[in-house]
Design a binder for this molecule. Structure first.
Ligand SMILES: Cc1cc2nc3c(=O)[nH]c(=O)nc-3n(C[C@H](O)[C@H](O)[C@H](O)COP(=O)(O)O)c2cc1C
Length: 403
């Protein structure tokens, strides 16, 4: 699964102004972007605008000692999961097709090993020219992907035809189709995700908590939203920002989490990634419990509602797909299988959260096992974002197709 780093090569065409919006749209979706500005591109947009939007240094010169020392043109090309050329001018396409390497952009393009997506933009006569036709055909044959150009009015007065650069959102869709194959897969679906720990009050200042950071649940909510779903995230107390494009409901305790889940509109997929406390204090104190002569207080615990089982066993309004999470410290798979049967859900995502499990709780990476009625599938260790993307692809595939 891709970690979604884009090398953006900006060519010297008037459409470079649209590339500024493209950067913003890609950043909104969580891509990290390094940009190379050709000399001609610098006539159309400033390095300041590009650098401010990418929040990265802007790369311009092949023979720049500082940048060559810090990153280097080969690493710049190799570090990316996708190279996007926008606008891809006639000149840049000609250089790419002929293997020229006489500036930073063309050298990086020649050194790149990741897939390349080009968004051409030029006057229709230039696009129709046999030299451009030949260059594009050759590049396509080498696996370079193209988005656009589109029909429309040119910057030149009165001219129209095939040559306009595709709109930023069309380029974003082409990027996502390559880096996030799940994009659009959940369009028209509603997804509920719970995430984070719960806090069970002992008194007004003390709680029973757990180490869940919410990173995996939040990543799933964000990935489902990117896949086109309407997403409701019910989050326990976490130190994470609300994901973009997601309706987030903040709760503290297990009972509040259940109430928020019950109040949500019907959903197609429900993912219970939150680490809900199994027990709460039978009666939390109204005033702060004072340290006193009576010694430490005795806390009587009672069981919390089982949110996963409550939803999985609904007779009416059950989501088509109910997914539970099992954080285990031992016998990960056996416990997950037992949980699948006990809760009545469709899938359990199991992970090892013991000290030997690689610091999953609060960490950035996760090793998960998918336990379903068909058996167990163990995935390699990935970032939590990559796990989220892959899970969302799974959820989309498991849903009955809509007529
Ligand atoms: C105002 C203006 C607009 C231009 N627009 C385009 C364009 O849209 N597409 C194109 O291929 N070239 C365009 N050019 C020509 C390129 O800037 C020129 O070919 C340049 O060498 C391309 O450099 P590059 O390889 O950095 O893209 C334009 C030139 C000017 C002066």
């Amino acid at each position: 699964m891709s970690s979604s780093r884009i090398l953006l090569v900006i060519g010297g065409g008037i459409a470079a102004y649209k590339t500024l919006d493209l950067i913003r749209r890609l950043k909104e979706r969580g891509f990290s972007i390094r940009a190379i500005l050709t000399e001609a591109a610098g006539e159309f947009v400033t390095p300041l605008s590009v650098g401010t939007l990418t929040a990265e240094p802007v790369f311009r010169e092949l023979f720049d000692l500082t940048q060559e020392h810090d990153v280097g043109h080969i690493r710049l090309a190799r570090d990316a999961d996708l190279v996007v050329v926008a606008p891809a001018t006639a000149d840049l396409l000609a250089k790419m097709a002929n293997g020229l390497a006489n500036d930073l952009a063309s050298t990086a393009l020649l050194a790149a090993t990741s897939p390349v997506l080009a968004a051409p933009a030029m006057n229709p006569t230039m696009w129709a020219h046999p030299a451009t036709r030949r260059n594009v055909a050759w590049l396509e044959a080498q696996g370079v992907a193209f988005v656009g150009p589109e029909e429309g009015l040119m910057a030149e007065r009165g001219e129209s035809g095939l040559g306009r650069m595709s709109e930023p959102l069309a380029i974003v869709a082409a990027v996502e189709a390559r880096l996030r194959p799940a994009a659009g897969a959940l369009a028209g679906r509603r997804v509920l995700v719970t995430s984070g720990p719960t806090h069970e009050p002992i008194d007004p200042v003390r709680v029973i908590a757990n180490r869940s950071s919410g990173r995996q649940g939040h990543a799933i909510a964000a990935a489902a939203a990117r896949a086109g779903a309407e997403v409701i995230l019910v989050s326990g107390p976490v130190a994470l920002p609300d994901p973009a494009g997601v309706t987030t409901v903040h709760v503290e305790s297990a009972r509040e989490m259940l109430a928020a889940v019950e109040a949500a509109p019907p959903v197609d997929v429900a993912v219970f990634a939150a680490a809900v406390a199994d027990w709460r204090v039978a009666e939390d104190a109204v005033q702060k419990i004072k340290k006193g002569a009576g010694g430490p207080p005795t806390l009587t615990l009672v069981e919390n509602p089982d949110i996963l089982a409550t939803v999985a066993r609904r007779t009416e309004g059950r989501p088509e797909l109910v997914v539970g999470f099992a954080a285990e410290t031992e016998n990960v798979l056996d416990n997950a299988r037992a949980k699948l049967a006990r809760k009545g859900c469709d899938l359990i995502v199991a992970n090892d959260v013991s000290a030997g499990g690689g610091g999953v709780m609060g960490g950035a990476r996760n090793t998960v096992h998918l336990v379903g009625s068909g058996g167990v599938e163990s995935w390699e260790t990935m970032t939590k974002d990559a796990v989220a993307e892959a899970l969302v692809t799974r959820f989309a595939a498991a849903l009955r197709p809509r007529p």
